[in-house]
Design a protein around this ligand. Structure first.
Ligand code: FES
Length: 193
């Protein structure tokens, strides 16, 4: 899928209605687009630009600035191994090396089956679980190398589907908030579809 689906256009319009200016909804709508496709496709970013009334270049500039947005394909599971201080002294680099060997890719790479993308990251604020990693921003640790292998097996077999949704899904609970009643709402309602 490239442009936003009709359902996601509706979600985008609901998000726009929450803000005084449509462009203020840019980041939440980018998350919707990333949830749809797993990463931000050029056509989806162009569609988001139309919806919030900014240029495609502004959308790309925002998307490329933040670590949580990806403007290139990402596997179903983004495996982010921390090698910052607490993890480093507890075997973070060894865990990363093991992950590279097990998955057969270097940091930044994606397995041929499209299931796993590996990355080397700074502190993910889970230092008490060092050495640790995040999969689609869900934390796991401390992990031995055997633990890592079991985690990869469980993910590949779908045994953690409830716990770890596909990349791009921030939350399965939808925000339920009344639409804004400010004059800006009428602007949002007339935004291009
Ligand atoms: S140093 Fe690894 S989570 Fe903080």
């Amino acid at each position: 899928m490239a442009r936003l689906s009709p359902e996601n256009v509706q979600r985008a319009k609901e998000l726009i209605a929450l803000y005084p200016q449509p462009r203020s909804a840019l980041i939440p709508i980018l998350h919707v687009a990333q949830e749809q496709d797993g990463w931000l496709k050029p056509d989806a970013m162009a569609h988001v630009a139309e919806l919030v009334g900014v240029s495609a270049a502004e959308v790309y500039g925002t998307a490329s600035f933040y670590d949580m947005f990806f403007t290139h394909p990402v596997g179903r599971y983004l495996v982010s191994v921390c090698t910052n201080l607490a993890c480093m002294i507890n075997g973070g680099y060894e865990l990363l090396e093991h992950a590279e060997q097990r998955l057969g890719v270097a940091p930044g790479g994606t397995t041929e089956d499209g299931l796993f993308t590996l990355e080397d990251v700074e502190c993910i604020a889970y230092c008490g679980g060092a050495p640790c990693l995040a999969v689609n921003w869900r934390f796991f640790g401390p992990l031995t190398h055997d633990d890592f292998d079991r985690l990869v097996d469980d993910l590949a077999e779908g045994r953690l589907d409830e716990e770890v949704p596909p990349h791009g899904t921030l939350c399965r609970v939808r925000r339920q908030a009344p639409a804004a009643t400010s004059p800006a709402r009428s602007t949002a309602e007339t935004a291009p579809s």
